[in-house]
Write a protein that binds this ligand. Structure first.
Ligand code: SF4
Length: 406
């Protein structure tokens, strides 16, 4: 007869009971006062959509994001004037608010712009497909090895000054590959594939390493989740083979807006995080950037990687539910949502509720018509009339010394 482990004595260390996410070991990369990788908490980032030439607007946008928990803020620098504006933005932030870790995005043939902006920000993001941009030839049928290498040499030549500048200042670089903007020579060699994305990043990585620069973060974004997942996983595999331990920035590009945009981003980001892959995340929504931050935190909280809000456990309700669960959950949430760190369960009935509260700190459970039971952990503490439920829950939390005023 098969012997099943006793759930009461089985320990969490047994592999089949291991519920911890084991994060891939990465090197720590400093961006201002924030560290990406190295076992530090997954960093949340976003990007302002103000024109960087609008100094006051950009300062306000960066501050708005930082105040709600965005730990690194990205700005775009399409021209030299934009790069220079960053000097003023940085100064103004420090004077009127505080220093915020900033990343500048440079695009087509952006070497000179990158060199300028590297003086003012903490990290420069380059896109390997655009950094040395060769306009695709519509009549091209092949890429010879000679042509491929020639551009490779040009990339090295233009990347070197930026690498040396960042190295000297101990700043960071993100090698941000985008599926939608792979260089033509990569498309000819590897196709429009995750492999092309990975080779594109590796080419830049190897140049950086040859210059002894390792403050690097890598991203492999795509707008299709399966492509993005395959690209990140292949990147991890290749880095492991090559003994590289660079942290990864996760994101699904052009995820869109609304509910589907959030689900799509979560499908990509959370799948990798659950496998231990990823050190910083950005949820890209076609909405105000402030809307991205709560989604990032919800992903991290759901995975148990950061606790930034109360964790509510609530049953979906069914025929056994003894009160209007939606209303009660709303009331409980309104009264307790500031108690970050607590897990609170709201369950419809005494039959299944207590067993399914997932070890919540407190439980509010339907007991009988007109009455609810309050739980501390697995213990029923008292039975109270339903209309006093929320108030009594607060009293219980207060009596335990775990209440703070909102
Ligand atoms: S806890 Fe009770 S009320 Fe809620 S879904 Fe389960 S059986 Fe139904």
């Amino acid at each position: 007869m098969q012997t099943l482990p006793n759930p009461k004595t089985a320990t969490a260390t047994a592999p089949e009971f291991d519920t911890t996410i084991h994060r891939r070991k990465t090197r720590p990369v400093r961006v201002g006062d924030v560290i990406i990788g190295g076992g530090y908490p997954v960093v949340v980032q976003s990007m302002i959509n103000e024109d960087t030439l609008d100094i006051d607007g950009s300062v306000a946008g960066i501050r708005r994001l930082h105040e709600i928990g965005c730990e690194i803020v990205r700005v775009t620098v399409p021209s030299m004037a934009h790069a220079k504006a960053l000097a003023e933005i940085k100064e103004k932030l420090a004077k009127t608010y505080k220093p915020v870790p900033l990343v500048a995005d440079v695009h087509h043939n952006g070497m000179k712009i990158a060199l300028e902006v590297a003086q003012h920000v903490d990290k420069v993001r380059i896109n390997p497909g655009l950094y040395v941009f060769e306009k695709p030839k519509s009549d091209r049928l092949e890429y010879t090895q000679g042509e491929f290498d020639e551009i490779g040499d040009k990339i090295r030549e233009t990347l070197k000054p930026l690498v040396l500048s960042l190295k000297e200042q101990n700043k960071a670089m993100r090698i941000g590959v985008n599926h939608g903007s792979l260089a033509e020579r990569m498309l000819f060699s590897y196709g429009d594939t995750p492999q092309g994305m990975v080779e594109s990043a590796l080419e830049f990585l190897k140049i950086c390493e040859s210059l002894d620069f390792r403050n690097l973060v890598i991203s492999m974004k795509a707008s299709r989740v399966p492509v993005m997942l395959a690209a990140y996983r292949l990147m991890v595999k290749r880095m492991d083979e090559l003994g590289m331990d660079y942290p990864l920035h996760l994101g699904v590009t052009e995820a869109g807006d609304g509910e589907y945009g959030r689900i799509k981003s979560t499908a990509g980001i959370a799948t990798l995080l659950a496998d231990g892959i990823g050190d910083t995340i950005r949820v890209s929504l076609t909405e105000a950037p402030e809307k991205e931050i709560p989604v990032c935190y919800s992903i991290l909280q759901a995975l148990g990687m950061r606790k930034t809000m109360v964790e509510y456990v609530a049953c979906p309700s069914c025929g056994r539910t003894l009160f209007n669960l939606e209303d009660v959950l709303h009331k409980v949430r309104e009264a307790t949502k500031h108690l970050t760190g607590l897990d609170i369960a709201v369950m419809g009935c005494i039959v299944n509720g207590p067993g399914e509260m997932a070890d919540a700190d407190y439980g509010y459970v339907g007991k009988q018509a007109g009455y609810i039971a309050l739980y501390r952990g697995r213990d029923e503490i008292k039975r109270v009339p339903e209309d006093q439920g929320v108030e009594e829950l607060i009293n219980l939390i207060k009596a335990d010394g775990r209440w703070v005023e909102p």
